[in-house]
Design a protein around this ligand. Structure first.
Ligand code: AMP
Length: 280
C-alpha cells in the first residue's frame, strides 16, 4: 500500500495509472475509520483496479462552533485498517496544500443542500463539495463511493457531478450499523455509557416509521409524530429535524412513496450531533 501526502505526487501517480488503462476508485473520508468506512473500500474494489482512500479532516465543512479541533485523529490505526482491507493508496494531503492561505474558490450546490442539515449547518455542503471537487481533480477517479449514512451529502455530490460534468460515477454504500442498530459513526466515540444506551433510539425511531408504512399507512404527519414521540422519550435527545424527503432530491414528500421516500433525522444527544436515515 502506498501512502501519498503530496498533491503533485498523487497527480503524477494517477497519470501513470490512467496511462496503463487502470480504473481508479476513490473513497473520501475524514479518518477515524470504522467498519462503515471500510465497507466503502469493499464496494469500490468491485469496480476498480486501484482503490484510493483519502483521509482529510476538512476544516471548511465544520461550522465555527463545531468539533473540528476535537474530531478524532488516529493516523496509524487508520493506515493499518486500510492496508488490512486491501486499499492500494492512502492519500492524506496536508491542509496547507489543499487550502493554501490564498485559497478563494468554492463550489455551492443550491437545491438539494438547502433543507435538512443545510439549515442547521450553514456552509457545510459548500465545504464538502469544494473539497470533494479538489479530491476529484487530484485523484481523477472513475468511481467514487459515499455512504448512505450521509444521504444528503451523497445527493448533493451526485448533483454536483451531474451539473458540472465531472467524469466520475458516484456509488452509494448502505449504512453499516452496530449490533443494536446504531449507525456507525466516528462521533459515536464521544458518547458516554448512558448516552450510548439512548442512542439506540435513533434507529428504533426509523424502524417505527418503516413499520407504519409496512402496515399501509403513508401519512407523513403520522410517521413524523411517532418518530418524534419515540425520540422525545429520552431527556438527553433534542431533535434538530425529523423529515420525510425524496431520496434523490431531498425535497419534502407530501405522502410516503415506498422505496422512494427517505425518513431522515438529526438530533443532539447531549453535546453530540447524530444523524441517521432509512428508505421507507
Ligand atoms: P466521514 O469520515 O464521516 O466523512 O465519512 C466518510 C464516508 O464514509 C462518507 O461517505 C460517509 O457517508 C461514509 N460512512 C460513514 N459512516 C458510515 C456508515 N455507518 N455506513 C456507511 N458509510 C458510512
Amino acid at each position: 500500500m502506498q501512502i501519498i501526502s503530496s498533491v503533485e505526487e498523487m497527480q503524477s501517480y494517477v497519470t501513470r495509472l490512467r496511462g496503463k488503462g487502470q480504473l481508479i476508485g476513490l473513497a473520501p473520508t475524514m479518518g477515524a475509520l470504522h467498519e462503515g468506512h471500510l465497507s466503502l473500500i469493499d464496494m469500490i474494489r468491485e469496480k476498480s483496479d486501484v482503490v484510493i482512500v483519502s483521509i482529510f479532516v476538512n476544516p471548511t465543512q465544520f461550522g465555527p462552533n463545531e468539533d473540528y479541533d476535537r474530531y478524532p485523529r488516529q493516523m496509524e490505526a487508520d493506515l493499518a485498517a486500510c492496508e488490512a482491507r486491501g486499499a492500494d493508496i492512502v492519500f492524506m494531503p496536508d491542509r496547507e496544500d489543499i487550502l493554501p492561505p490564498d485559497f478563494s474558490t468554492y463550489i455551492e450546490e443550491n437545491e438539494y443542500s438547502q433543507g435538512l442539515c443545510g439549515i442547521s449547518r450553514p456552509g457545510h455542503f459548500r465545504g464538502v463539495a469544494t473539497i470533494v471537487a479538489i479530491l476529484f481533480n487530484v485523484c481523477r477517479p472513475d468511481f467514487a463511493v459515499f455512504g448512505q449514512k450521509d444521504a444528503q451529502q451523497a445527493a448533493v455530490l451526485q448533483k454536483m457531478v451531474k451539473d458540472l460534468y465531472f467524469p466520475v460515477e458516484i456509488l452509494v454504500a448502505p449504512i453499516v450499523r452496530e449490533g443494536d442498530g446504531l449507525a456507525k459513526s466516528s462521533r459515536n466515540r464521544y458518547l458516554e455509557v448512558g448516552e450510548r444506551t439512548d442512542a439506540v433510539r435513533l434507529s428504533q425511531a426509523l424502524n417505527i416509521g418503516k413499520d407504519i408504512v409496512a402496515h399501509g399507512n403513508l401519512s407523513v404527519d403520522r410517521i413524523k409524530a411517532e418518530v418524534t414521540h419515540h425520540l422525545s422519550q429520552s431527556r438527553r435527545i433534542r431533535i434538530i429535524y425529523v423529515e420525510i424527503v425524496d431520496k434523490d432530491t431531498m425535497k419534502p414528500e407530501r405522502e410516503v412513496r415506498p422505496g422512494q421516500s427517505l425518513l431522515t433525522l438529526a438530533v443532539w444527544l447531549d453535546q453530540t450531533r447524530l444523524i441517521d436515515n432509512m428508505i421507507l
